[in-house]
Ligand binder design. Structure first.
Ligand SMILES: [Zn+2]
Length: 211
């Protein structure tokens, strides 16, 4: 089973993707992970990413192509972070055709902007790697990590104006992408306003139902 997962920042896409991959024993193909990996060995990509610039389509497409040519995806995969625009979607279709791979569904997690902001601005992290949320997952003692006692902080890209920019970029790119996929009848709308476990059950149900 091969799926694509789409959703705005704050939709919990990455979290859901990881859980789905485990539950259905498929490979989580995350472009975010691919970038982090490439950053270690590829200097030009590393420079691009640290300057905050977008990685050009050709580079992303090539990364995805290499992963889709590997044998470990034969049992199935969940593509996360790609495609981001129509051009990438067209390239993906070409790759899929040449590799003889069929997509079973495109999961689109919908979350309104206000909710995304609420979720993201409340995020707090510790240097030890534990994450918290001031409303949804607060630490026992305000501002302090439960595990190591370290001071919690907000990541710089979790500020409201940064989220607003990322959200509007997502909307601008995704609208035509959704139009592009509408004809294929593969789109599956997921209500991202529900709790993390409810969203997970919704998605699992669609996959089990073959839709
Ligand atoms: Zn900590």
């Amino acid at each position: 089973m091969n799926y694509i997962i789409l959703g705005p920042p704050g939709a919990g896409k990455g979290t859901q993707a990881k859980k789905i991959a485990v539950r259905f024993s498929i490979v989580h193909l995350s472009t975010g992970d691919m970038f982090r990996e490439a950053k270690k060995s590829n200097e030009s990509i590393s420079k691009l990413l640290s300057s905050g610039q977008l990685v050009p389509d050709e580079i992303v497409v090539n990364m995805v192509r290499k992963r889709l040519e590997k044998n470990n995806i034969k049992k199935g995969f969940l593509l996360d972070g790609f495609p981001r625009n129509v051009k990438q979607a067209e390239e993906l279709d070409r790759i899929l055709m040449s590799e003889n791979i069929k997509i079973d569904g495109i999961l689109l997690i919908n979350v309104p902007f206000e909710e995304a902001v609420k979720r993201i601005v409340g995020r707090m992290v510790c240097v030890c790697g534990v994450s918290y949320h001031t409303l949804l997952l607060p630490p026992k003692e305000s501002g302090k990590c439960d595990r190591c006692g370290g001071a919690l902080f907000h990541r710089s890209d979790d500020k409201e104006d940064v989220i607003r920019d990322r959200f509007s970029v997502y909307e601008k790119q995704t609208k035509p992408l959704i139009e592009y996929y509408k004809e294929s009848r593969l789109l599956i709308y997921i209500d991202g306003l529900k709790s993390e476990s409810d969203v997970f059950e919704q998605i699992s149900g669609c996959i089990i139902g073959g839709r």
